[in-house]
Design a protein around this ligand. Structure first.
Ligand code: PEP
Length: 287
């Protein structure tokens, strides 16, 4: 009898202990403390710039600067398709990953002018950007198409940087968060993980214009994006997934933007074409 009572007491104590641990663990997740585990990603989108000579010189310069500094962040550069192979050679022995700026969803076949996910991995790419606003606008890419590209890229072993963001008119109409939620729901596949997917929030009106939202606005949108990801993929995945900010990131605004709790790095266009600026952004924000 006495023995049963002691056992019951121990079981009760053990249960209470696990309950308290569980409560603290979920509080920890809900408050986003998980972002300590999200290493910052500094990514350069070179867009349709650089012939071989210029691209190789830029890649060599970035590689040398990354090697000589001990940055606590990951790096990615996304040159145009034409110089991926040449740039790959310059990145050997560095921790800079190589990415493309787009991809087709098919494995191979009659798709004149397109590049498949396996062609990218064959070249040594680990990433591809998809759904950049310039492709959504210039090439009429839809959320559905972007989602298909993401699925195909993930099965080939690529990590996708899926871009979302509102136009100036949508922001003025107070639709920013709704637009981002819809783009998350439509272009991120249901099986996306924190390993194969990075989100880039790029307000279209901030791209290449020198304008940026306020830090408070950026944090509000990033937190809403993480909430939308949690609804779609579960809180644990959402808490681990990197959300980059993109749109006129420069050395002088990077520190403030990248110190925000839900900002896990930057997708950089114009400033990634100057090695000193690209490195200064990392320097100012990856402490
Ligand atoms: C981009 O187009 O991905 C981008 C962020 O460009 P910029 O930094 O020039 O605004």
């Amino acid at each position: 009898m006495q023995r049963n009572k002691t056992v019951a007491k121990h079981v009760f104590l053990l249960e209470s202990y696990f309950l308290v641990c569980y409560k603290y663990a979920s509080l920890y997740l809900q408050m986003g403390f998980y972002n300590m585990a999200r290493k910052k990603l500094i990514a350069g989108n070179w867009k349709m710039n650089c012939l071989t000579e210029e691209g190789v010189a830029l890649a060599k310069s970035v590689a040398a600067k990354v090697k000589e500094n001990k940055f606590n962040c990951d790096f990615l550069i996304c040159p145009p398709f034409t110089i991926l192979a040449a740039v790959k050679k310059c990145l050997r022995g560095t921790k800079i990953a190589l990415g493309a700026q787009d991809v087709h969803f098919a494995e191979k076949g009659a798709h004149t002018g397109d590049i498949s996910p396996l062609m990218l991995t064959d070249l040594g790419c680990g990433y591809t950007i998809i759904g950049h606003s310039e492709r959504r606008v210039d090439h009429f890419e839809t959320n559905e198409l972007i989602c298909k590209k993401a699925v195909a890229s993930h099965s080939a072993g690529l990590t996708t940087v899926i871009c979302i963001g509102e136009t100036g008119a949508e922001r003025d109409a107070g639709k920013t968060i709704k637009v981002c939620q819809d783009e998350i729901n439509g272009s991120v596949p249901n099986d996306a993980t924190a390993k194969n997917t990075v989100i880039a929030y790029e307000p279209i009106w901030a791209i290449g214009t020198g304008k940026t939202p306020t830090a408070a606005d950026v944090q509000e949108v990033h937190a809403a994006i993480r909430k939308a990801l949690a609804k779609k993929l579960g809180r644990a995945t959402a808490n681990k997934m990197k959300i980059l900010y993109g749109g006129s990131v420069k050395p002088n605004n990077a520190a403030e933007l990248l110190s925000l709790p839900d900002v896990d790095g930057a997708l950089i266009g114009g400033a990634s074409l100057k090695a000193d600026d690209f490195i200064a952004i990392a320097h100012n924000s990856c402490k």
